[in-house]
Design a protein around this ligand. Structure first.
Ligand code: BJ8
Length: 428
């Protein structure tokens, strides 16, 4: 077993609140053991991913600290709309920040309103409470104009960290929106060039695009195997793979996710699954699930069903769309990047009918028996889309359940009763 080193000296240097940080890390192993180890059988080899959770603020932060000491810049992001390709091309490191626990809420009292989505509260709490070493390692944080909650939060966060906000047009299918997004990407390039002291060229952008494409392809392979009946990996494990892909080194991700995909493809060939054939297959669609938000998957998968696909940004939206790499100028490549990113269908856009097409396609491709529309509390864009999608799916006789919840465990009993009743209906 790999020994985990004591990272307290590094955390101290980063200025963390060590007492609170220790409290935070103390709860994670128990939750992880209960959700991932004790309640699952027949897992594929998840040792790398389990180790990452066990050392969540350790080795990767050490890598970032070492890279920083060699002059590399660390760039934080919060949304799949911020292109990693540009960050990597400029020899910087992109880190997808998370916020999947209500542990940090104490730090935002009196600073952001309580009726804001838990993801935002959690992430801001990590910064204000100084309990996230990733946040404390950043040279720049890139926010985006997606939902109102995030847009306004950037104004507050900019008092605490160096921030840049990328404007994402909301009527994304219009010609002028496409032009605006391309222009926005060019401005982002300028900002990152200033920060890194590097120049974006065709020679550094193309390989960066190829690398991120390869990373997305490995994640796609994992999802492809989940179409099998029985699926070779649980929804919980697949979610963990996606969550880690957000902030880990892309080269390592290509390798470890690729290795896992090899194993899963082998399992599918042999007909090996994590659940018996015929187990109800669930699609979860909605808001992203940041580490350690495993609540809904755990409830579903301990109630006799299996999550086979997630239409979320910690699911298919992360690798959706086709990135074209052909082009003879930086501008042409940036156009390709803009085109691919504008294919991602988030509820922040209007109209957003392509998201419904995505959900319908996933139901068919993954032979889904029921859909759970998942919304984090106070997330208006996704909440507003729920009823509309629910009505469409009901007309097509697809069983659908809408769940709005946060990170607390208070509603677990009530959710379990609703999920049990939903699965009962599917089985009839
Ligand atoms: S592309 S889903 S990552 S914006 S849950 S903070 S929307 S109130 S995270 Fe998102 Fe980009 Fe869209 Fe994906 Fe706001 Fe809703 Fe909170 Fe959300």
């Amino acid at each position: 077993m790999t020994q985990i080193e004591d990272h307290h000296p590094m955390w101290k240097k980063l200025g963390l609140d060590l007492k609170k940080h220790d409290e935070l890390l103390a709860v994670l192993p128990t939750i992880f053991k209960e959700i991932y180890i004790d309640s699952q059988k027949n897992r594929p080899d998840m040792s790398f991913f389990d180790f990452v959770v066990g050392d969540i603020h350790g080795i990767r932060v050490k890598e970032l600290t070492e890279a920083k000491s060699k002059g590399k810049k660390i760039i934080g992001t919060f949304c799949v709309y911020v292109p990693d390709e540009i960050i990597i091309a400029l020899d910087a490191i992109g880190v997808g920040l998370c916020g999947g626990t209500n542990f940090s809420n104490y730090a935002v009292e009196g600073i952001i309103p309580p009726n804001l989505c838990p993801l935002i509260k959690s992430a801001v709490g990590f910064k204000l409470g100084k309990i996230c070493p990733y946040f404390e390692s950043l040279d720049l944080l890139i926010g985006e104009t997606t939902c109102d909650g995030k847009k306004k939060t950037w104004e507050i966060l900019s008092n605490y960290t160096d921030m840049y906000v990328l404007e994402v047009p909301h009527c994304k299918d219009r010609t002028q929106a496409k032009q605006l997004f391309l222009q926005e990407l060019k401005d982002l390039v300028r900002k990152l060039e200033q920060k890194t002291g590097k120049k974006l060229t065709i020679e550094n952008l193309k390989p960066a695009m190829e690398k991120i494409k390869r990373k997305r392809e490995q994640l796609k392979r994992i999802y492809e195997t989940r179409k099998a009946n029985p699926p070779p990996i649980s929804g919980k494990d697949a979610l963990l793979v996606s969550q880690i892909a957000f902030y880990d080194d892309p080269d390592r991700q290509i390798q470890v996710v690729g290795k896992l995909a090899d194993e899963l493809e082998g399992r599918v060939k042999k007909g090996l699954g994590v659940v018996p054939k015929g187990t109800p297959r669930i699609l979860i669609a909605g808001t992203p699930m940041a580490i350690p938000n495993w609540k809904l998957h755990h409830l579903v998968e301990t109630s006799g069903a299996v999550v086979v696909v997630e239409e979320t940004c910690t699911g298919t939206r992360y690798f959706a769309g086709d990135m074209k790499i052909k082009g003879n100028t930086v501008d042409e490549l940036l156009q390709n990047i803009a085109d691919r990113y504008l294919e991602v269908n988030c509820a922040c856009f209007t109209p957003n009918s392509k998201r419904i097409d995505d959900i319908k396609r996933l139901i068919k491709d993954y032979k889904v028996n029921g859909v759970i529309l998942y919304t984090l509390t106070f997330c208006q864009p996704y909440e507003i889309e729920v009823m509309h999608i629910q009505n469409i799916l009901k007309k097509e006789n697809v069983p659908v359940l809408a769940i709005t919840t946060d990170y607390s465990s208070e509603d677990v009993g009530q959710l379990k009763t609703r999920i049990d009743a939903f699965l009962e209906m599917i089985r009839k």
